[in-house]
Design a protein around this ligand. Structure first.
Ligand code: AMP
Length: 271
């Protein structure tokens, strides 16, 4: 493993490797690594010669400063993080450029976390310019983010192949997430209700219809003391809502909900 602390050093090194014919893969993360991240790295390693993994807790994508402050990092890492922020945003992380992402920016995560996806694009455009990878690997766990980054790639004509990697789960079904480590033991037990609710939707959508499937899922979350931001069934391609599903069109169910003050998200493809 080679550790780069300066974007310029990394950029030069990657350019050199690519001029020697090496195929590069990129896995952007916000640190606090878990198996889900490792899975992305494995996906990249199986397809490329060199895998570049970035660790950067991006302040521009946290609409709620308290959420940013609570994001799991250690003190030593904080110092490193501040250093990195100056690297990525030399002029500070306010008043940055904005992108025309269309309606997908304003629904679901975009509705509950205004500005979040602009922040994701602001950091992703910088990272893609520094790393210049051939392949980019991101997790289905952040389904809407995958669609947003694909849109950014189109908008800015980045020459990179995008890969969506399936969600890695704990043995009981909870999607792995850096935020899980903030759950108390009781909350951790409750948290499994999200993946159970998604499974319920997948099992009952066709027989019971969207309204009933959503009601059942909502009740399961309530019983597990979740405060729900959204439960949503959507077209997989653009997240437009689906009320009458023919069972053929690619669809996805998505949930965001609070267990205590920990906000968890998850989703499941329905076919
Ligand atoms: P994060 O560090 O949480 O911003 O995540 C960095 C990358 O890892 C993103 O592309 C996420 O979608 C992906 N990721 C996070 N959790 C998982 C998981 N449980 N399984 C697969 N990928 C994940």
């Amino acid at each position: 493993m080679i550790l780069f602390k300066r974007s310029e050093d990394l950029h030069l090194w990657v350019s050199k490797q690519r001029s020697q014919g090496k195929i590069t893969g990129f896995v952007p993360t916000m640190g606090a690594l878990h198996e889900g991240h490792i899975h992305l790295i494995e996906a990249s390693r199986s397809l490329t010669d060199l895998t570049i993994c970035s660790i950067f807790v991006n302040p521009a994508q946290f609409n709620d400063p308290r959420d940013f402050e609570k994001y799991p990092v250690s003190i030593e890492k904080d110092i490193e993080m501040l250093d990195k922020v100056i690297e990525i945003y030399p002029q500070g992380n306010t008043g940055l450029e904005t992108y025309d992402l269309g309606q997908i920016e304003t629904i679901l995560e975009g509705h509950y976390r205004p500005g979040h996806f602009q922040g994701v694009c602001q950091v992703m455009s910088r990272l893609l310019n520094i790393v210049t990878p051939d392949h980019l690997f991101m997790g289905q766990k952040d389904y809407q983010q995958c669609l947003i980054v694909q849109r950014l790639i189109e908008l800015l004509h980045f020459q990179v192949h995008f890969h969506t990697v399936p969600t890695v789960r704990e043995s009981d079904g909870l999607a792995q997430s850096s935020r899980n480590r903030r759950l108390t033991a009781d909350q951790r037990v409750n948290a499994v209700a999200i993946s159970k609710a998604l499974n319920d939707i997948r099992g009952s959508l066709q027989s019971k219809g969207a309204e009933k499937a959503l009601k059942q899922a909502r009740e399961r979350l309530e019983a597990a003391h979740f405060k729900t931001d959204y439960i949503y069934i959507a077209r997989a391609s653009d997240l437009q809502t689906i009320s009458d599903w023919n069972g053929k069109e690619k669809a996805v169910a998505l949930i965001a909900a609070f267990q205590g003050d920990v906000r968890l998200i998850d989703n499941m493809l329905l076919n």
